[in-house]
Design a protein around this ligand. Sequence first.
Ligand SMILES: Cc1ncc(COP(=O)(O)O)c(C=O)c1O
Length: 373
Amino acid sequence: MLALDNDALRAAVSRVRPDPARRARYFLYDILRRNFRALAAVESLRPPLRFAYSVKTNPDGELLECANDAGLYAEVIGPQELDLAHRLGFGSRTVYNGPHPAWRAGDVPGVIFSDSPESFAENARRVEGALVGIRVRPPGVASRFGIAESQLDDIVTAIRSSGRRTTGVSLHVRPQDFGNRSWRQIVASGIDFAREIEKRTGAKVTAFDVGGGKTPVEFDQSLAAGDFAWLLRETLAALAYAHAIFAEPGQAVVTPGAFFVAPVLEIRRYDGAADVVVDAGYPDLPQIHTFPHRVLALAGNDVALLERGNDRILGCTCLEYDVIRDDVRLPAHLDALEAIVIADAGAYDHSMSFDFARGGNRPVDERIGVPGG
Ligand SMILES: Cc1ncc(COP(=O)(O)O)c(C=O)c1O
């Protein structure tokens, strides 16, 4: 549903006909819009499931407009993101979920998940008109965010003394922090945490949020495995007053929505293998070592997805680890190779990219398929 398969990726790159001589990032708005609409369609089949797009993952304005047009929530982690979401018209469809205390923002979000009992107390005291909840850290998860089970008494006290009769509970755990547990087991311990809070405070838990962290393929597999149906069943069985159950996908939605074109600068041949040095690198693709990005070769009108092999694609900075791929098979007719396309670059590869060794020259952003919707 959200993932772009190899054939569709090749077709998308061919359709765009990128300039192989120019280092640029291409945003594919038709794919991004498709993904936001797909989420909205899942949501409409499964009330009270709500998807909140995680703004930080890629805060591009047009992309956020696609999320807003699809009726999704915006998940924000700080005042500037909240301001952006409000300027773009998300209104009360905002979920604030970060360690920058929400009460310090000038604006009021729809829902706040506080990162600590201290933050909860201040948010509950100062912010009118928002549901104020707490982020929890499921047992066994090493994280700097949210409250641990050992802080249960503190949050119970804070909720009771706030006088609030409703609250919410959220969690977000990166898959690399799951240990030997499944997503369902992690979420189940979050539900237990929420039930305990409800039982001990008497405040109704009306919102429960499971965060993001899935790649597009993992999200699709999770949907196909019935994880969201399971989530609704389990949450509603345990939390009788829950009327909003949030998931906050970021990278699952936008990863396939951009690719990077890196002109070939040099071809190096040695025994049995070859390297190409390209006009792009780690600063343009800071997630290159976090998950496998598909790569394609551009040669004349030919667009070919590269298979696994012994060749390398090297970035052009002085960073030792600036290796884009070290396990591909470059095309046989290497001299015709004009550029390498690095796909799956629409999420943190964009928002976390940085200026390094370019004298301040950012890559060009090309926007494909924006107008019209
Ligand atoms: C609370 C919360 N929700 C959602 C996300 C989005 O995760 P991703 O973009 O990895 O799906 C994050 C990422 O750090 C997060 O901290």
